[in-house]
Write a protein that binds this ligand. Structure first.
Ligand code: IFM
Length: 435
């Protein structure tokens, strides 16, 4: 990997990312049940019905893991706090052990000279809230605001940056329309409500954090580069719908206070009454925008009701996820995020690949992937995008949701029997120029 820090803008932040349910071990420290526990316990939802009850046992191995982040030379660690660990019932009393854990995490980072970048929700919805309809329920933004006040009341004075919700597309669309993530619904009305409520919750939490005196607040959205599979007008229209739902709905709400027409076509009849009145809340001013990027999709028109599209297999080399490697898409989305967010700094808040690694392999596929995508970042910088940081997904192999523990995204190999951590060649390649 032929980079030096001097190849990127001054003050550019390099980092690594994880999330609570994927690494901590939700069976420990008084965390409450989440909708991922019940989703995983339902046959057919998750490979081998695996769940996050033990995961990487980060809960008990915090210091070892923070030392590994330090050893990598990362400037920033992007982690998430678990709602179900902080407030096991979703509302009501906080779990003191949960608050203490995040206190130790933040202090441990600061003691090692690493900036804590917090995300408030990376999908582990407390089960009692799921029982009340979860993101379909219009009360979710209020409950989320209370949770935000509780956790940030404890650690908000020391976190370097914060974002309310990781990947609203996954929370709304993937989980309520495609049914691939908890709660596993396939229901257009639930989808419309979840997509809207998640943005209202984003805005409410942002305001709560401002009121606490916090700064450096952002949003983290995921994107997929979308291309029509053929030149037919029908495929072009289908790809435009896919792009609007995936890549423009959330940016549109947050930065323009409007949803794309191509999405309203299908979702408007199902949005809650008076949804337009929430736009001021959703547009709460931000300090940065985060781009999570992994792949592109080739889209064709499909029969059937809206949205009438399907993804088809593409010809490019693929990762263990079956995702095509397409670095130009990252350049595209850094530019797109900049178009929406005006002059705000743009961060790559996730980028990386899964590979069926064993501890001693050369890990060249991941090193190449990262090299190519860092090249795309440099191109976006040359385009004039104020890219301010790049965080690799992920620090270590972890729970890849419905795909269980098989898909390995880590710079560090984790043996899920012994829980031994072994840095891979990509970890060492980054450490050589990050440290
Ligand atoms: O593991 C996930 C993460 O939780 C959110 N972004 C994408 C990653 C890889 O699928």
């Amino acid at each position: 990997m032929q980079f030096t820090r001097g190849d990127f803008p001054a003050d550019f932040q390099f980092g690594v990312a994880t999330s609570a349910y994927q690494i901590e071990g939700h069976g420990f420290g008084g965390a409450g049940l989440t909708h991922w526990d019940s989703f995983a316990a339902t046959p057919g939802n998750v490979v081998r019905a695996e769940n996050g009850l033990r995961a990487c046992d980060h809960y008990h191995r915090l210091d070892e893991d923070l030392d590994l982040i330090k050893g990598l030379g990362a400037d920033v660690y992007r982690f998430s706090t678990s709602w179900a660990r902080v407030m096991p019932g979703g509302t009501g009393p906080a779990n003191p052990e949960g608050l203490d854990f995040y206190d130790r995490l933040v202090d441990g980072l600061l003691a090692r000279g690493i900036k804590p970048a917090a995300t408030l929700y990376h999908w582990e919805l407390p089960q009692p809230l799921a029982d009340m309809g979860g993101w379909r329920n219009a009360a979710m933004p209020d409950w989320f605001a209370d949770y935000t006040a509780t956790i940030m009341g404890r650690i908000g004075d020391r976190v370097w940056s914060a974002a309310p919700i990781n990947e609203p597309w996954c929370v709304g669309w993937l989980s309520h329309f495609e049914g691939h993530h908890a709660p596993g619904l396939r229901d257009i009305r639930a989808t419309a409500r979840a997509m809207h409520h998640v943005l209202v919750a984003h805005g409410r939490a942002t305001q709560v954090m401002r009121d606490l005196g916090m700064g450096n607040l952002g949003a983290v959205c995921n994107f997929e580069y979308t291309q029509p599979a053929t030149n037919s007008a029908a495929d072009h229209a289908a790809a435009a719908r896919y792009d609007a739902i995936y890549n423009r709905f959330f940016l549109g709400g947050i930065f323009k206070g409007e949803y794309p027409e191509a999405v309203l076509e299908g979702l408007e009849p199902h949005l809650p009454d008076g949804w337009q009145d929430d736009m001021t809340t959703i547009q709460a001013p931000l300090d940065w925008i985060g781009v999570n990027y992994y792949t592109r999709k080739l889209i064709v028109a499909a029969d059937g009701p809206w949205p009438g599209y399907a993804a088809v297999d593409g010809p490019l080399p693929k990762t263990q996820m079956g995702w095509e490697v397409y670095p130009d898409g990252l350049r595209h989305f850094l530019n797109l995020a900049h178009d929406y967010a005006g002059g705000l700094p743009v961060y790559v808040t996730e980028n990386g690949m899964a590979n069926p690694d064993v501890p001693d392999i050369a890990d060249t596929a991941r090193t190449d992937f990262l090299t190519q995508h860092l090249g795309a970042v440099q191109q976006a910088v040359a385009d004039g995008v104020p890219v301010a940081g790049y965080y690799v997904w992920s620090l270590m192999d972890n729970y890849e949701w419905a795909l269980g523990y098989e898909k390995r995204f880590g710079l560090i190999h984790v043996d899920f029997d012994s829980l031994k951590r072994t840095p891979k060649a990509s970890y060492h390649a980054l450490a050589r120029w990050w440290r």
